[in-house]
Design a protein around this ligand. Sequence first.
Ligand SMILES: NC(=O)c1ccc[n+]([C@@H]2O[C@H](COP(=O)([O-])OP(=O)(O)OC[C@H]3O[C@@H](n4cnc5c(N)ncnc54)[C@H](O)[C@@H]3O)[C@@H](O)[C@H]2O)c1
Length: 274
Amino acid sequence: MQDFQDRTAFVTGAASGIGLSLARAFLAEGANVMLADIETEALERAVAGLEGTGGQVDNLICDVADADAVQDAAQRTIARFGNVHVLCNNAGVGAGGPIEEVTAESWQWIIGVNLMGVVHGLQAFMPHMKAHGEAAHIVNTASIAGMLCLPNMGPYCATKFAVVAMTETLAAELAESNIGASVLCPMWVRTRIHESDRNRPAALRGTQAMKVDPARRSEIAQIIAAGLDPDAVAATVLSGVRANRLHIFTHPENEAMLSERFNGILAAFTSVTS
Ligand SMILES: NC(=O)c1ccc[n+]([C@@H]2O[C@H](COP(=O)([O-])OP(=O)(O)OC[C@H]3O[C@@H](n4cnc5c(N)ncnc54)[C@H](O)[C@@H]3O)[C@@H](O)[C@H]2O)c1
């Protein structure tokens, strides 16, 4: 897809961070944008700040972990703007800790949002995109944690690896179509991801208190504060969509880390072949 003028984008997790920047970037290109999120007040603030910046903007409350809610959001977006051309499955949350200590509730929460949220978006919008036949593009937000495994981030890495796998599969399935697919894999970005617990449903808080070392929490907050500007991430996404790039990376320093991982995997073949 090259031109976003008068096209329509649907963005989840759009009230904050990367999603809000994606919404802003598509609006500035003349697209109509539907912002979807579960934070009512943040959504209202986001829309107020975006009005008049390009195309038309609207919002709806949608929990991506709820398949029916995402189907309903798709119908409402189509009713509001007509055909949808860009789908950004971006909503995500962070939960972690030593892998044997992560509670069942944490697994359920993070899988529901980070993995099933993407599945629900694809199921709700892809039949419509295929039916209208116009050029379209899907951007699934994973993370560099979908390419590299990091200690204490087991559930997050597991869900983000799944999003990478799903998007690579999707791109192969869509190869002959005019629908592109990209997976966004950033490292640290200046957002509220480290405050994800604000959105954890009460039913999934669990009886076992989350063990988060306060020193580690403050260290992560500092790393995030020094992270990339989400508007820069959105600009990279738009150029990635235009180039129909499958993997969209934002941090050049990740290349060496990925090489090390891939070389380590390939090295394991020496015992097979020699
Ligand atoms: N910030 C980073 O360093 C970083 C790095 C790599 C990947 N990511 C990914 O980027 C995406 C966006 O996160 P962010 O960094 O902008 O964080 P953020 O917390 O600023 O924004 C996430 C948004 O998702 C919304 N959300 C949470 N649960 C939801 C649900 N069930 N349904 C709908 N919306 C929901 C939140 O309300 C929030 O507005 C996530 O998928 C995250 O994993 C972030």
